[in-house]
Design a protein around this ligand. Sequence first.
Ligand code: AMP
Ligand code: MG
Length: 417
Amino acid sequence: MSESARLYRGSLAPEEAVARLNAAARQVNATETVDLAAATGRYLYADLVAGHDLPATNNAAVDGYAVDAAFLAANPGHAFPVIGRAAAGHPFAGTAASGEAVRTFTGAVMPQGTDAVAMHEFCELEADGTHVTIGSKLTPGANNRPAGENLRKGETIIPAGTRLDAADLGIAAASGMATLEVRRQLKVGLVSMGDELVAPGDEPAHGQLHDSNRPMLADMLRGDGHEVEDFGIIADDEAALSSCFQTALSRCDAVLSSGGASDGDEDHTQAAMRNTNIKPAFWRLSIKPGRPMSAGLMDGKPVMCLPGNPVAAFVCYRLAAAPVLRHMAGGVARPVLKLRVRCGFAHRKSAGRAEYLRVRIIAGADGEPEMVLHGRKGAGVLSSLTGADGLIEIPVYNEGVEAGDYLSFIPFRETGL
Ligand code: AMP
Ligand code: MG
């Protein structure tokens, strides 16, 4: 066994860590009914089923003249008397006979007796506006949007466990819903640990630094739809941390800490978990950055201890903590999106850990997308995250990458559009 394989033996891949915690973590079961305007980012409790067809009737897809297509086919050049008007929200009340036309606008219910709309560009209206001739051929159903094209009554339009977004709200409104039943938000206790940390805004003394993990992790938690209870900064002190874990567990569904996750003299998360009767689930992930992550559970509530190095905390949150919280919040599992993209740089690593480096996507010399390293390497180099498009994943057994290799790119920028 190689040196690195020996060193990383017993550490878990993030997916295994997630599976282990998900098997024991308790899901939120309570629900609440919220207005559509407040439903963004919430997790839908039950399948949303269409209550009616949408559109409810066949309707016009263009502006023009609605006629009977078979009549037109048999009588090309016929001058159709224009017997009425149909617009969106203003259906034509009568029935057109074969050989009659109705002036029709996009979105109007198809007038009875007609089955196709001739686009007005292909129509010639007589000077007095009473008759129209149609210069195009029409098949039955031409330029119609059929009833139920968008939604069919009874079909599932948003599956349970969906994290609701703008398109979901649109379709919920289209199907007649003004409110939705969603899961209660998951409440996550967040704490930073370290004698060296001061809150943003406070003046650091010699050897101190600002706590950057808490604002970053709080934002990622809220961005994932969870409520955050902030437990501030705890000193590197076993008793203080044990009591913080205890309080956080009594008030929250899950606890997320950063710092002190390793096994050094100044790392107290493991001891605090033992003191608090938190059952260990794992310690160490086979990833870089992020190896020292540990986690345990009490009464179905996970305590996830991320390493203090900010990039490690970010990567561990995304790969190992976020999927557990999503599961607990009632969200359907969403596999990490990994795209095969050409790598534009060389990098050496040891086997035994998957490595995640921050990258940007640029157009390579031949125009093909290519990953380039972003910022300086290092688990603590937070500036490598700002402005990055995502992570490159260098698999666990690789000893490096060469320019030209195709590897997984994991985007983390919110907007691709
Ligand atoms: P630790 O995991 O406690 O050994 O910390 C590893 C490194 O991350 C140390 O250099 C810490 O100072 C730094 N660190 C720990 N927590 C934070 C935090 N909340 N914000 C910024 N840096 C941190
Ligand atoms: Mg520390």
